[in-house]
Design a protein around this ligand. Sequence first.
Ligand code: PLP
Length: 401
Amino acid sequence: MGLIDDAPRKSLKRAGAEERLSPPVLMLLQRRFRAVRPLWEDMMETLLLDRNENQYGPAPACYKVLREARLEQLSLYSRAYAAGIKSELSDRLSRELGIPERHVLLSYGSEDMLKQVVHCYLHAGEMILLPRQSWWYYQAVAKEVSGRHVHYPMHERAGRFEYDVDEILRLYGEHKPRVILIASPNNPTGNSIPQETLSAIVDRCNESVIVLDEAYAGFNGNDIDQLRAVLAARKRIVVLRTFSKYFALAGLRIGYACVGEGLEQLISFSARYLGYNQLSEKIALAALDDVDYYAGITREMRADHEMYLREFRAIEGFTPFPSDANFILVRYPRSTKQALKQGLEQRGIIVKFLDDPTLEDCVRITVGTREQNARAMAAFQDVAKNVLHFNLRSSSGLEAS
Ligand SMILES: Cc1ncc(COP(=O)(O)O)c(C=O)c1O
């Protein structure tokens, strides 16, 4: 290994050091990167707004659980089965949702639950329907079992994306897919599926297993009533949820599925006989208890979502899409992609530039804390004005100088 290993060089490059510093200073920083790292980070903290993490962090009660962790949570297996349940958490969720405890399955993030559902139901050569614009991982998981996929379109109408129920029903008739995946809110388009559209799909596509990915539920209003109604209809549906996003516990890796009727195979497939991660469960329960904390940070994020909409609409050539999640999708003039990306990186802002052919001219920005959002928005405005030489109207509609 040489004196300068690649990771520090890449980090400095990403932070824009090459353009800002003279070569001798840059070389010194590269060589002494480890020693100067705290200083460097103070000078130019990189903002990672590319993976839809909840930057406010979890409720204070979650840290308290960690501080007070006991031997039983760390060294012993759970004895919840003696009470006829899988865990305290699945029991609590089942009571909140009005479904039997055995219909709540816990997993290592909702990513794990998605994998379990697909591995359980999709066999080689069978078909899964996926949204055209969606999380790349759906396709990857289908490939793991040699499944085939067909995309259904997500239409852009009046400045937002929408599900097309007729097209989903048509594709269902044509392909008789084993699994239909719906994401609400969808990543990266941010739109949700209306209750009646979902009901029409669940009612009519009754030979498929419907998987509803609700990883981003909760960021735009109380969603629990809608979920209860979906489950009360007792259909062949699996709803995937997570503590990663709304509850800001992505590092814990705790997700779950709410299983509808006629899906016993999945319940057996996911059975774990030695219980779940007891510390994670306690932290998740503490999060569920602190309703006010999460309502408070969600209000902040909604206000900043409005700020992003307003400010992006004021930049020539930029179109933001309203979102029900903790991220926002923004379209920009495609020819500026490299300059925009580089300009933001030089200002320490990392956001997700999409590669999907239908969204090649879009960037997805995680809505962070108040301070982070202000910094990210200012960086976009600075690059638009001083690098791309675009006009900026003030968000009140007046031309900014
Ligand atoms: C749409 C969607 N579903 C599910 C997940 C998985 O989240 P987790 O495994 O942390 O629950 C993600 C992660 O970003 C996502 O974007």
